[in-house]
Design a protein around this ligand. Structure first.
Ligand code: HEC
Ligand code: HEC
Ligand code: HEC
Ligand code: HEC
Ligand code: HEC
Ligand code: HEC
Ligand code: HEC
Ligand code: HEC
Length: 507
């Protein structure tokens, strides 16, 4: 009897235990279905050591919270897995028994993300720190700012240009040339150069760029990095208003209207499979299509460079560069046609082939018109002014130099960017209109004035040479209207069009 009761008792207990386990398993499964479900982080022994201080009581403790919410935490990539340094790393230091570095560079991420790091390093992004010495750089280093602050730093560069382009990171040194450390023995970074997440940052380990320019730490969330605003930290403002252009385009309108359906945290994120409403910056420039993998080479789908005074096809600039270096073209060299093909493959997920083809004809025409009407003549005129000593060699000390800079660097780029990314207001009112206004009401009258001044100060031959170039430009097909020299046929055509317009709008 007693035996049977004990048996029943154990069976009962086992059944209850089984039921509890089953209920718990069901509970766990349902939890996983919840939208905000996060599994427990996987913490390695050495990372546990880091967290013993950085969790809860440490400085910057929210870092740990952010990390716990990340994909990295789920797969056991913790503090030490990223921050660990080798004994001979120039940026490493002893920290409570571990040898670590504060800055996790592309070289460090490359240990696990080789493909992304390789593509990023080969892109223009990684080279964006090499602007020192450019014309824009003179603007910041000399004209706008002054290097007399914070131990010889120039705030215009340190808090401006470098925050987008990247600084050259360095530790702070004392007069004897030794690294300055804080009370805990942690080397202090030179505040001229850090904090900085510029896209082309030059790191102490020799690597270029920063992954955290786009991937905000410590979430490293793919939803965050796919937001248009993410690129907009840098791609914004009067000389490269890509974010503003995107927002006014039909693509931006559709994105903001259907953001919830965009599935921004899906991995992978394939246009047409994971989302359909609209392309973001990343869709067109980086993300996967059913035929193309994700790329961190943001130039892989671009055929023009729209930045210089006169636009060229992207491979023209590269071919010149390799020729200058005396190097053969690399095996994986992409021609502009191949790059354009990559972009058109993105468009054709949502548009027909001919629609896309016509768009590119409109876009090419805009770039070519800018080149012929403003870029090339502007260059020719500025060269003539300089060679004939109507302006001096000091950059930016004369008004015409500012007007020319605004023409190509602001207005001309805005127009080209507007045409590339379907922002008609930037193409027209912030672009073509201002190009014309600048050229006809500023540059041309100022050149005439400079000619007059040169003549009266004895530089007659210089004045005549520039007059010749100006006459050539103004008598050309695109500019002769300015001299009242429109052909009779063209005049008649304009008159007829104007009459028809009045007829249409008077009733
Ligand atoms: C014994 C406690 C303790 C442990 C263990 C510890 N830290 Fe720290 N850590 C600190 C404190 C405190 C600071 C702030 C120091 C300061 O500002 O002087 C700090 C600062 C840092 C910094 C910022 C340094 C800078 O340049 O601003 C990093 C990065 C860091 N810790 C990473 C780690 C990693 C990775 C580990 C594990 C390998 C770790 N810590 C283990 C206490 C600790
Ligand atoms: C996936 C890699 C990765 C992991 C994991 C990671 N970090 Fe970082 N951490 C970074 C990057 C990247 C930076 C910023 C460097 C830069 O700007 O490029 C950084 C910067 C820091 C800084 C200094 C910046 C600041 O805002 O003060 C501290 C402190 C730090 N990490 C602590 C931690 C701690 C503690 C953990 C573990 C909970 C951790 N990190 C895990 C990549 C990582
Ligand atoms: C020790 C290896 C390791 C290091 C170092 C590392 N990662 Fe990761 N990372 C991983 C693994 C593993 C995953 C998960 C991959 C997966 O789910 O397919 C991941 C995922 C990611 C993701 C995708 C997140 C998501 O939500 O899908 C991003 C973005 C990322 N890492 C960026 C970085 C960056 C930037 C660095 C350097 C600052 C870095 N990682 C350093 C191993 C690492
Ligand atoms: C808000 C971020 C930001 C700031 C601040 C900034 N830039 Fe830029 N810069 C960019 C972006 C983005 C581009 C690329 C634009 C494009 O492709 O249309 C660029 C392009 C350039 C280029 C052209 C590079 C090439 O390959 O043709 C130069 C040179 C340059 N910047 C120098 C500077 C200098 C010098 C400063 C400070 C006076 C500065 N920039 C400030 C974001 C910035
Ligand atoms: C210009 C911004 C930008 C920079 C800089 C950048 N990434 Fe990314 N990264 C992205 C975007 C956007 C995605 C998401 C692409 C997608 O799937 O749509 C991504 C995705 C990833 C992923 C997830 C897997 C994948 O390829 O989709 C990893 C891992 C990653 N990046 C690592 C890195 C590393 C490492 C660096 C530095 C060497 C880096 N990224 C620099 C924008 C950037
Ligand atoms: C931290 C600043 C920064 C961020 C963030 C950034 N960029 Fe850039 N981007 C630049 C700069 C600077 C250049 C010009 C680099 C040069 O020419 O040296 C550039 C150039 C480019 C180019 C031209 C590439 C070429 O080969 O001509 C493309 C396309 C581009 N970025 C797309 C993006 C996209 C898409 C994002 C967001 C996922 C993004 N960028 C995020 C700063 C940034
Ligand atoms: C619908 C697709 C699409 C979207 C969305 C898009 N772009 Fe573009 N982008 C293009 C095309 C097309 C070009 C011109 C390509 C060429 O030269 O062949 C271009 C050119 C560029 C350039 C090169 C400019 C230069 O000076 O050479 C940059 C930088 C850029 N885009 C950044 C962005 C950013 C940042 C966003 C989001 C705010 C964005 N793009 C959104 C398609 C797109
Ligand atoms: C994810 C789908 C998607 C992708 C990818 C895409 N588009 Fe679009 N596109 C749209 C939608 C949606 C509209 C808005 C249609 C409307 O006006 O009703 C649109 C509108 C347009 C317009 C009309 C603009 C206007 O103001 O009327 C042009 C031109 C265009 N896209 C060209 C392109 C080009 C070129 C590419 C590739 C560089 C591209 N699209 C990539 C979805 C896409």
């Amino acid at each position: 009897m007693a035996n049977l009761n004990t048996k029943r008792f154990f069976i009962g207990i086992l059944s209850i235990a089984f039921l509890v386990v089953l209920l718990f398993a069901i509970y766990k499964e349902t939890q996983k279905q919840l939208p905000n479900y996060k599994p427990e982080p996987v913490v390695s022994e050495s990372t546990r050591h880091c967290m013993s201080c950085h969790d809860e009581k440490g400085e910057g403790k929210i870092i740990v919270e952010q990390w716990k919410d990340s994909k990295h935490a789920q797969v056991g990539v913790g503090c030490i897995e990223c921050h660990k340094a080798k004994k001979d790393d120039v940026d490493g230091y002893e920290h409570h028994g571990d040898f670590i570095a504060t800055i996790v560079t592309p070289k460090d991420c490359a240990k696990c993300h080789e493909k992304e790091a390789k593509e990023f390093t080969a892109s223009h992004h990684a080279d964006a720190g090499a602007i020192m010495g450019s014309l824009d750089n003179v603007l910041a280093e000399v004209i706008e700012g002054h290097a007399a602050f914070n131990n010889g730093s120039n705030p215009a560069a340190a808090s401006g240009c470098w925050q987008c382009h990247g600084s050259r990171v360095a530790f702070l040194k004392n007069e004897a040339g030794e690294i300055v450390r804080n009370d805990d023995g942690i080397p202090r970074f030179d505040p001229k150069t850090w904090p900085n997440t510029g896209i082309g940052r030059i790191n102490m380990d020799g690597s270029k760029g920063s992954c955290s320019a786009c991937h905000n730490r410590h979430h490293f969330s793919v939803a965050q990095v796919r937001q248009p605003e993410n690129c907009g930290k840098c791609h914004i403002g009067p000389d490269h208003p890509q974010l503003e252009i995107y927002k006014e385009s039909k693509h931006g309108i559709n994105f903001y209207a259907h953001r919830e359906e965009m599935n921004l945290d899906a991995q992978p994120w394939i246009v047409g499979e994971d989302y359909k409403a609209a392309p973001t910056c990343v869709t067109c420039h980086m993300s996967a299509t059913p035929d193309q993998p994700v790329t961190h080479e943001i130039g892989a789908r671009i055929s023009w460079t729209l930045r210089p005074k006169v636009s060229e096809k992207v491979d023209a600039a590269l071919i010149k560069k390799y020729k200058k270096l005396g190097q053969p073209l690399p095996d994986n060299f992409l021609t502009w046609q191949e790059r354009r093909g990559n972009m058109q493959n993105v468009c054709s997920q949502c548009h027909s082939k001919d629609y896309v083809k016509n768009f590119y004809i409109q876009f090419d025409n805009s770039v070519n018109m800018y080149n012929e009407k403003y870029g090339k003549p502007g260059l020719k005129l500025m060269k003539a002014l300089k060679e004939n000593k109507l302006i001096n060699p000091v950059p930016f000390d004369e008004k015409i130099e500012w007007d020319w800079f605004l023409l190509w660097h602001h207005e001309g780029r805005r127009m080209r960017h507007g045409a590339a990314m379907m922002g008609p207001d930037y193409t027209q009112w912030h672009g073509n209109f201002e190009l014309a206004e600048n050229f006809y009401t500023k540059m041309v009258p100022e050149i005439k004035e400079l000619i007059k001044k040169a003549k009266s100060s004895g530089n007659v031959s210089g004045a005549n040479n520039v007059q010749k170039v100006l006459d050539e430009v103004l008598n050309s097909e695109m500019h002769k209207w300015y001299l009242g020299k429109m052909s009779p046929e063209e005049k008649a055509k304009r008159k007829e069009a104007s009459k028809k317009f009045r007829e249409r709008y008077t009733h």
